[in-house]
Design a protein around this ligand. Sequence first.
Ligand code: 2HA
Ligand code: ZN
Length: 270
Amino acid sequence: MESILTDRPLLRQQIDRVAEVAGYLWQKGWAERNGGNITINITEFVDDTMQALPAITEPCPIGKTLPHLEGCWFYCKGTGRRMRDLARDPMANGAVIRILPGCTNYEIVADAPIAPTSELPSHLAVHDYLLAQGSPYRASLHTHPIELVALSHSRKWLEKDAATRMLWSMIPETKAFCPRGLGIVPYLLPSSVELAEATLRTLDEDYDVVLWEKHGVFAVDTDILNAFDQVDVLNKAAQIYLAARGMGFEPDGMTDAQLRELSDAFGLPK
Ligand code: 2HA
Ligand code: ZN
């Protein structure tokens, strides 16, 4: 079958990055069954011939009106699809969609009529928010990183910025590469409007990564590799904490003075 990626190397590169990340999610054990979602805003890679392509489905309701998505295009993981399958064949396990004028409906354009992720309304609401803010972020990722989810089972780590401070103090890279820390969203039903709204509110407190209690994380960044890297760095810090606990002691963590020194050296927010 002809693919929309044929002769569109820049678009293909974006989709290849999604496939690369999907493979990492599976290898890390963060993507059991159909766990997790990825959407990326590909509008800047859409050329005139692509604009002219007919849809392969009827218009489908997004479930809300998202005014900043006028004219936008996305690649979305398919609902019920596995990350490990997407890693091998992204266009057989996800689809390219276009937002229709009015911003309440979308249609699938390519390659196959694969319905987007069940979390589409929340992913698109996040993209709408990012565009409204003038943000350069074009990727959103939801996944189930084991150690971060384990931490979220304790009240102690659900206090605002308690997990952030502990994770930053485990290894200097964490604050350097995840300088906004980890926002917290208390448990809410998966795929619910309430979860989408709480995620947006928490991102708006200036986090790039938020932890959904007893479920997973939601991360945004310029592209999907950077979104993955932020989650990977945070989860690595959680693994170090848990490794120390497994050896029978509470890790000391870097001191406040060491963290301040790091922030000065890397020009990070305090
Ligand atoms: O799409 O992880 O939370 C599968 C999920 C939903
Ligand atoms: Zn999930």
